[in-house]
Design a protein around this ligand. Structure first.
Ligand SMILES: NC(=O)C1=CN([C@@H]2O[C@H](COP(=O)(O)OP(=O)(O)OC[C@H]3O[C@@H](n4cnc5c(N)ncnc54)[C@H](O)[C@@H]3O)[C@@H](O)[C@H]2O)C=CC1
Ligand SMILES: O=C(O)[C@@H]1CCC=N1
Length: 284
């Protein structure tokens, strides 16, 4: 008796997989860059979009480009669907007859549920819902994915190995995807708003704008790295910066008076609710 396990065909390793992207926007580019910094060769990647406008930067990475979504599906094992949410049904209807059990379909569209994906794909298709964020571009993304009903643990492992160079990759229940969209997909923009305001504060106090922006971005980067790498609670690090009677506590008091904590929590709540709303309306 050889046993079930010894008969199981091992998952292909990421370096021999063919990877496709439908949609050539910012998010597809971010994920593609992350994937290529792992062990996937550009020759094994193809991307489609209706116009050539966004395709040049993919070509610069050595990735093959096409205007045919069907060509991407037929030539790929893992297909990232990276079009705007309202276009997901259109695109999946177009390619669905070419999707086979060889494929893993990974949608990054905000508010498009696994149930919707599975409805649009052939029965038993392996579907994954992934929420990435823009810093995948510099391999510092925060990605959360949820598995569809026909995706197995091996599929998770494969996706993780493909994406590990994009940043932090976590798996969770689908209900967390909308929360992650507010926290991190959109959260990146909240941090940019804060960075911009930091710089503008310095400009108001007389610092040249370019220098203020460069110091603000380094401040956000440094604060973020220290927070992640130390594993400390943000309140602990905040107290380490605060000298009693010093500058920081004066600034923090002003931020609290402005309601920064409540408005940031509300921003995550609104973005999460918007993702849920897109879901209910099916995004289209
Ligand atoms: N930008 C971000 O920070 C994040 C975006 N997302 C999700 O990623 C998806 C894409 O967003 P972005 O990259 O920002 O959008 P984008 O507008 O930059 O890119 C969309 C791409 O789809 C292409 N496209 C349009 N119609 C198409 C069709 N029929 N077939 C193939 N390609 C088509 C466009 O040419 C464009 O290249 C969205 O569903 C969004 O919810 C998720 C997380 C973060
Ligand atoms: O704003 C949006 O809808 C997308 C999803 C998360 C980030 N960008």
């Amino acid at each position: 008796d050889l046993g079930g396990d010894s008969l199981r065909i091992p998952s292909p390793s990421p370096d021999i997989l063919k990877i496709g992207f439908i949609g050539a926007g910012n998010m597809a580019f971010g994920i593609a860059k992350g994937i290529l910094s792992g062990n996937v060769l550009p020759a094994n990647v193809k991307v489609s979009a209706p116009s050539s406008r966004n395709l040049g930067r993919f070509q610069e990475l050595g990735i093959a480009v096409t205007h045919s979504n069907i060509e991407v599906v037929c030539g790929s094992d893992v297909v990232f669907v990276a079009v705007k949410p309202h276009l997901v049904p259109l695109v999946l209807k177009e390619v669905t007859q070419h999707v086979t059990d060889r494929h893993m379909i990974v949608s990054v569209a905000a508010g498009v549920t696994l149930a919707t994906l599975e409805e649009l794909l052939p029965e038993n298709s392996v579907a994954i819902r992934l929420m990435p964020n823009l810093p995948c571009l510099v391999q510092e993304g925060a990605l959360l994915f949820a598995r569809g009903s026909h995706a197995k643990q091996e599929d998770s492992a494969l996706l993780r190995s493909l994406l590990h160079r994009c940043g932090l990759v976590e798996e969770g229940p689908e209900a967390w995807i909308d929360i992650h969209t507010g926290l991190s997909g959109s959260g990146v923009a909240f941090v940019y708003l804060f960075a911009e305001a930091l710089a503008e504060g310095a400009v108001k106090m007389g610092m040249p704008s370019a220098l203020a922006h460069s110091i603000a971005s380094q401040t956000v980067l440094g604060a973020g790295r220290l927070l992640r790498d130390s594993g400390k609670h943000p309140a602990q690090l905040r107290s380490e910066v605060c000298t009693p009677g010093g500058t920081t506590i004066y600034g923090l008091h002003t931020l609290e008076q402005g309601g920064v904590r409540a408005s940031t929590m509300s921003a995550v709540e609104s973005a999460t609710e918007r993702a849920r709303e897109l879901e209910k309306k099916k995004g289209f």
